[in-house]
Design a protein around this ligand. Structure first.
Ligand SMILES: C[S@@+](CC[C@H](N)C(=O)[O-])C[C@H]1O[C@@H](n2cnc3c(N)ncnc32)[C@H](O)[C@@H]1O
Length: 359
């Protein structure tokens, strides 16, 4: 086991867990995580345990992923009864606090090892439906037949396979349109909110795909896949199904994943794509983990590379509400910034805005 030390003060985490219990867990409809987070916020020992989370990582997500990982990996404990993926689900949560404390006491070493060495790498394929609307716009406006995609913080690279998924956009009870591969086993449905229409639904042709991640998830490695599955919240059955189907598809349609810091690897990756193809550098809910230096360097690389080719930066970032934004770089400068849409961080809904600012 690696030596670890606490990275947070328990008092600081008390607030983090109680906020998680009353906001994030409620918004994302997890009664179990809301209940567990409340228990953690009231218990000094559990807060002290959670303080071993790496500084750049969200402590509740890490602690609960570690616990679920151990349970999915076969840990025999009464805590299992509260996990719908592992049992039929409890009728009451009255005993959950003591059961949680007991589980964490018995598995303390394993939990510390997990939360101090791993990261939240949740690969949410539903986010790709939001990305696709932005790509559709680039495809339309660039007049390039083919797009090349670079995903920064790609995790297992599953969002790079978005052209292989079936995307359905709906409003109320009406289906607006479908995109992607209609026969795909990965079926994604996104609610369209607001009064503005999404961009013209044209098919997006992707000629090249590369993902960069500090720790790319190998879709053939069962332990890495188990960690990815453990990051999906227990009540999110559909998301779990989508993840497993996308992983299956990725095993027969592998994407090129490069290990390293996004900024350190980007320049070489950009150089590899033919200049007559529209290059889109994207990210989804990943930038919050990048140091400021990495973000600044990414900007510099894109500005410099745009002296030789047009480049777009498409990002879906921010929580509890995300913004989908598109930046265009050309002739060595950022020439346009457009806020395309508001969307849910999990890509469950999108509200088109398309507000451009010239630079
Ligand atoms: C929350 S996950 C998001 C994964 C994926 N983009 C999605 O939306 O499904 C963030 C990812 O960013 C990666 N990451 C964090 N810092 C990074 C850096 N400096 N360079 C490259 N990847 C990084 C993490 O390893 C993780 O896989």
């Amino acid at each position: 086991m690696q030596s670890s030390c606490p990275n947070f003060h328990p008092a600081q985490l008390k607030e983090v867990f109680s906020r998680f219990a009353t906001s994030e867990a409620i918004e994302l409809e997890s009664t179990l995580y809301s209940t567990l987070a409340l228990e953690v916020s009231k218990c000094r020992d559990l807060l002290e345990l959670a303080s071993f989370t790496q500084y750049s990582q969200p402590a509740p997500n890490m602690l609960f992923a570690a616990i679920q990982y151990l349970l999915l990996n076969g840990a025999r404990h009464a805590l299992k009864q509260f996990y719908p993926r592992l049992a039929t689900g409890p009728t009451s949560y009255s005993a959950v606090g003591d059961t949680l404390k007991n589980f964490c006491r018995e598995n303390r070493e394993a939990i510390v090892e997990l939360i101090s060495t791993r990261r939240t790498q949740t690969n949410v394929v539903q986010r790709s439906s939001c990305l696709l609307t932005g790509l559709s716009l680039v495809s339309h406006s660039s007049k390039c037949q083919d797009l090349c995609l670079v995903d920064l913080g790609a995790s297992a690279g599953l969002n790079l396979n978005l052209d292989l998924y079936s995307h359905c956009y709906y409003q109320g009870s009406s289906e607006l349109f479908k995109a992607g591969s209609p026969e795909s086993g990965v079926r994604l449905r996104t609610e369209v909110r607001g009064s503005k229409s999404l961009p013209p639904n044209q098919s997006v042709s992707i000629a090249g795909k590369v993902g960069i991640d500090l720790n790319p998830i190998d879709v053939y490695d069962s332990d890495s896949v188990l960690w990815l599955q453990s990051l999906v919240w227990p009540e999110h059955h559909e998301r779990y199904e989508q993840l497993n189907r996308a992983l299956e598809l990725a095993r027969t349609n592998p994407v090129n994943l490069i290990r390293g810091d996004a900024a350190e690897k980007l320049e070489d990756v950009v150089d590899e794509f033919p200049r007559d193809q529209a290059l889109v550098v994207c990210s989804t809910i990943a930038e919050y983990q990048f140091p400021q230096k990495t973000r600044d360097e990414i900007y510099g690389i894109l500005v410099s590379a745009s002296k030789h080719r047009a480049i777009w930066r498409l990002s879906m970032e921010g929580s509890p509400e995300s913004l989908l934004s598109l930046v265009r770089y050309e002739d060595g400068a950022q020439i346009q910034y457009t806020t395309l849409a508001k969307c849910s961080p999990h890509g469950l809904w999108i509200e088109w805005i398309n507000q451009a600012e010239r630079h």
